[in-house]
Ligand binder design. Structure first.
Ligand code: MG
Length: 374
């Protein structure tokens, strides 16, 4: 059922370390095996206690990195089925895409990046790759999860020029794609847009639920306004959380349908025959330009009214200071790092400290901050 231009497990560009083939009776292909490795790794479990937008302890109903990743996988798989891409690969990439996120969301990441300014910086996409390539310790003969090239390619969405040079040796062909201007697989392109669809919609939901976004204010956003009008015609007396959920459901439908139709059109136009054609072509998984403009408008609205909301900024700034404090603390007192992160190997000490902090959950980082700051 999958298209010739989809990623095929039998043609995978392979894992970093050669492993014995999966027993034929296992019923798993290599991408499914990657998905299973990701679900079983400890970085995946820690996503449960990492902030998406709202700090983990602020409420039990807000998204965490874990539930966000599950929503990305759901949307990604649904679209993959409709355009005959490899659903398993989309799922594996989606579930792993945020493994490298720091505690405390973007504030935590910016803080860690500032701490690492003179030591190669910190990027969450690259960090997700560090996690699956090096930091997980689960297998007897290698570090990391030894995932397929295609899964790793999808995880490394973007990387700065500087980091590409610094990490060229272990990035290999993954890094070359950016220099050559090549596209990743359609599955990787899809997981990236599924991420965008998921967070734009669940952040509306969490934003309204938290009281930070008054539902009425969303009417300045065309996507919301149009779907609200439709829902009001279908269910004139609907209000409260049912109304909110129905409008959001409509928006997700509109975005998914547009993504499917536009991508199908682009694929017909560029006629990729194989995944190599996909890699040398422009990105083919895309919204139409009119929907792209509307998605952009929604994202700007969320940026101004939610991510930059004084209440969100206040809490996350405090959290960012905790990250800075912890970083300096471990620089000055490396004996407090766990043994694994004190090993004097090829990685410079600052990178090891940033690995340790990036891996923390919100609640563990708060606990460590409380322990060392009093
Ligand atoms: Mg994400």
């Amino acid at each position: 059922m999958i298209a010739p231009y989809a990623a095929r497990p039998e043609n995978s560009l392979r894992r970093i370390f050669i492993e014995p083939a999966e027993p034929t009776n296992s019923g798993r292909n290599p991408f499914q095996r990657d998905r299973d490795r990701i679900v079983h790794c400890s970085a995946f479990r820690r996503l449960e206690y990492k902030t998406q937008v709202f700090l983990n302890h602020e409420g039990d109903h807000f998204r965490t990195r874990l539930t966000h990743s599950l929503e990305v996988a759901q949307i990604g798989r649904a679209v993959a089925r409709r355009i005959h891409l490899n659903e398993d690969l989309v799922e594996a990439i989606s579930l792993a895409h945020d493994l490298g996120h720091t505690p405390f969301g973007h504030a935590g990441q910016d803080a860690l990046n500032a701490c690492m300014k003179d030591h190669g910086g910190f990027e969450h996409n690259l960090q997700s790759l560090w996690v699956v390539d090096h930091l997980e310790e689960r297998y007897p003969t290698f570090s990391g999860l030894n995932l397929c090239f295609e899964t790793r390619e999808g995880i490394l969405k973007h990387i700065s020029n500087n980091n590409r040079k610094i990490h060229a040796a272990w990035l290999g062909a993954l890094g070359e794609r950016f220099t050559l201007g090549h596209s990743p697989s359609l599955e990787a392109q899809l997981a990236n847009i599924a991420d965008e669809i998921a967070y734009s919609n669940h952040d509306i939901d969490d934003g309204i639920r938290s009281g930070l976004i008054p539902m009425g204010s969303l009417e300045e956003v065309q996507l919301w306004r149009d779907q609200l009008t439709k829902v009001k015609i279908l269910y004139p007396s609907l209000s409260g959380s049912k109304l909110r959920h129905e409008v959001i459901r409509h928006i997700i439908h509109i975005l998914v349908n547009d993504l499917v139709t536009t991508s199908q059109k682009l694929i017909l136009e560029y006629e990729p025959q194989t995944i190599d054609d996909v890699r040398s072509s422009k990105p083919l998984i895309s919204f139409s330009s009119s929907v792209q403009v509307q998605v952009q408008e929604l994202k700007i609205f969320l940026f101004k009214n939610l991510y930059r909301h004084p209440q969100v900024l206040g809490v996350t700034e405090e959290a960012a200071n905790q990250i800075k404090f912890l970083f300096e603390h471990y620089v000055n007192y490396p004996q407090y790092l766990p043994a694994d992160f004190r090993v004097d190997d090829l990685e410079q000490p600052m990178r090891r400290i940033s690995h340790y902090i990036a891996g923390m959950t919100d609640r563990f980082a708060r606990k460590e901050f409380a322990r060392f700051s009093t």
